[in-house]
Design a protein around this ligand. Structure first.
Ligand code: AMP
Ligand code: ZN
Length: 465
């Protein structure tokens, strides 16, 4: 929301389609609509997948802040039929749903642990096969697709502006798409809309025989179903710009007589390890599921937010530790603050909103938070309240300061009763001026992973990481 009587803060988003930062003007401010390509659910998400999900959660949060919580629709799909899934199900001798459903559930839990709000709709591809078949039929009727050897292919040559999003030459596109030069294709660039399934593969009846959809048509069909023909924002990781998004545009535009699919295309940069993209195929990945056993989700999130979403981000344990230390400090400042925000809650400072609204400039927004923390550390309660409001907008500070202070990695559970007993024994030793014993108890607590602090209201403790 804008400041009283002040010019409202504008949202700027970098649009991959125009290669420019653009002022965001929604098609319908009462229902701002965004779609982000979600996971293929055959295995747990890694923190690179998590980064992209956090990026679009930030877009969602920013839009909710500007337009109101009930005026933004966010769709993120589950790709729950795909060749990697089929292979995994075959290995385990299970129906695909018994692979995809547990993985999708863990994905939702992992994304929650990273501080993401659940999208408005999380459609599954397998629940929209009818929409996909209908869209493919439209493409055939309109002369943009053809049937060949039980496959249906999109005919790239029938579209003048194919390749506009990624602005690649045909040679680059051919190399980038690593397309099969199948004999039944009219052009090597043509891509699959529908393919046949063997009896042991999952399949659905269609006008072209029993089969299953290609990956690209899934998103075109699901986005049109839930968001309409033209919506505001479409996003994903930068690896999806070509061929996936290029092909989504081709299908949607041609099925809808040239109508634009999305106004703004946003792409997140790679999360890397030692300069290489984190990916399942390279084997250099860390799953969110494992990381959240070791670190609070907010520390992982803050590590992600420290780099602008379009830049490559090098994932390191030192980076997570740094983020954890920052949060330790911030949470302590929130715990110390005397004034609790009024019923309406404290306002998020303008400088913070301006940075966040400038194409999600989280490094700048965090700099504003560091400044607020500095003021708060000097006893400025209003600054502490603003720090809290700003952090909440970024998806931080979901815990109370006490919960944060006592967070423990899994498997390292500290016996709280024993800690309280030792703190009491130390207080007794101190009251008897037995400082040697008091120090011994402090060391014993430290060896248990507990740090104590003596304050005016007695001794408090927190986990010492
Ligand atoms: P996938 O499950 O591979 O289809 O990927 C799901 C989402 O994660 C897509 O939006 C990808 O672009 C994104 N993604 C995959 N790997 C990375 C990475 N290393 N860094 C950032 N995003 C990624
Ligand atoms: Zn997609």
């Amino acid at each position: 929301m804008c400041g009283d009587g002040m010019k409202p803060v504008e949202i700027l988003f970098y649009n991959t389609a125009s290669r420019e930062k653009e002022v965001f003007a929604p098609i319908d401010p009462a229902n701002v609509r965004m779609y982000a390509c979600g996971p293929t659910v055959y295995d747990f998400a890694h923190i690179g997948n998590g980064r992209t999900a956090v990026t679009f959660d930030l877009v969602f949060r920013l839009l909710r802040h500007h337009f109101g919580d009930d005026h933004v629709t966010y769709v993120r799909n589950f790709t729950d039929v795909e060749d990697k899934i089929i292979a995994r199900a075959k290995e385990r001798n299970l129906p695909i749903a018994e692979v995809t459903e547990p993985v999708a559930k863990v994905y939702q839990e992992d994304m929650y642990a990273l501080g993401n709000i659940a999208p408005t709709v999380e459609p599954r591809a397998t629940a929209h096969i009818g929409d996909m078949v209908a869209m493919i039929e439209q493409l055939i009727v309109k002369g943009h697709a053809y049937e060949a050897e039980e496959h249906v292919l999109f005919s790239v040559q029938t579209m003048d502006d194919y390749g506009d999003l990624s602005r690649r030459s045909v040679d680059e596109m051919l190399a980038g798409a690593r397309v099969d030069v199948a004999p039944y294709k009219k052009d090597p660039m043509d891509f699959v809309l529908w393919k046949p399934s063997t009896d042991d593969q999952p399949g659905w009846d269609s006008p072209w025989g029993r089969g299953r959809p290609g990956w690209h048509i899934e998103c075109s069909a699901m986005s049109a179903h839930h968001l309409g023909i033209t919506f505001d924002i479409h996003g994903g990781g930068i690896d999806l710009a070509f061929p996936h998004h290029e092909n989504e545009i081709a299908q949607s535009k041609c099925a809808h007589d040239g109508a634009e699919m999305a106004r703004i295309w946003m792409h997140g940069g790679y999360l890397q390890v030692d300069g290489q993209k984190m990916s399942k195929s390279l084997g250099n990945f860390l799953t969110v599921h494992d990381l959240i056993q070791k670190w609070p989700g907010e520390a992982l999130r803050l590590h992600l937010l420290m780099t602008h979403y379009r830049q490559p981000l090098n994932w390191t344990e030192a980076g997570v530790r740094e983020a954890k230390t920052v949060l330790d400090r911030w949470y302590r400042l929130l715990g110390d603050r005397q004034d609790v925000g009024g019923a309406a809650g404290p306002r998020v400072p303008e400088a913070f909103v301006a940075a966040f609204s400038d194409d999600l400039n989280t490094p700048q927004a965090l700099a504003v938070m560091h400044e607020l923390a500095h003021q708060a550390s000097k006893g400025d309660g209003a600054a502490a309240a603003q720090l809290e409001a700003a952090g909440r907008l970024l998806g931080l500070f979901a815990m109370t300061p006490a919960e944060w202070a006592r967070w423990q990695p899994s498997g390292a559970e500290i016996d709280e009763t024993a800690v309280e007993a030792l703190i009491e024994a130390r207080a007794n030793a101190r009251s008897q001026k037995n400082f040697k014993e008091a120090d011994r108890i402090r060391d014993e607590l430290k060896s248990m992973g507990v740090a104590i602090e003596d304050g005016p209201d007695g001794t408090t403790w927190r986990t010492d990481t």
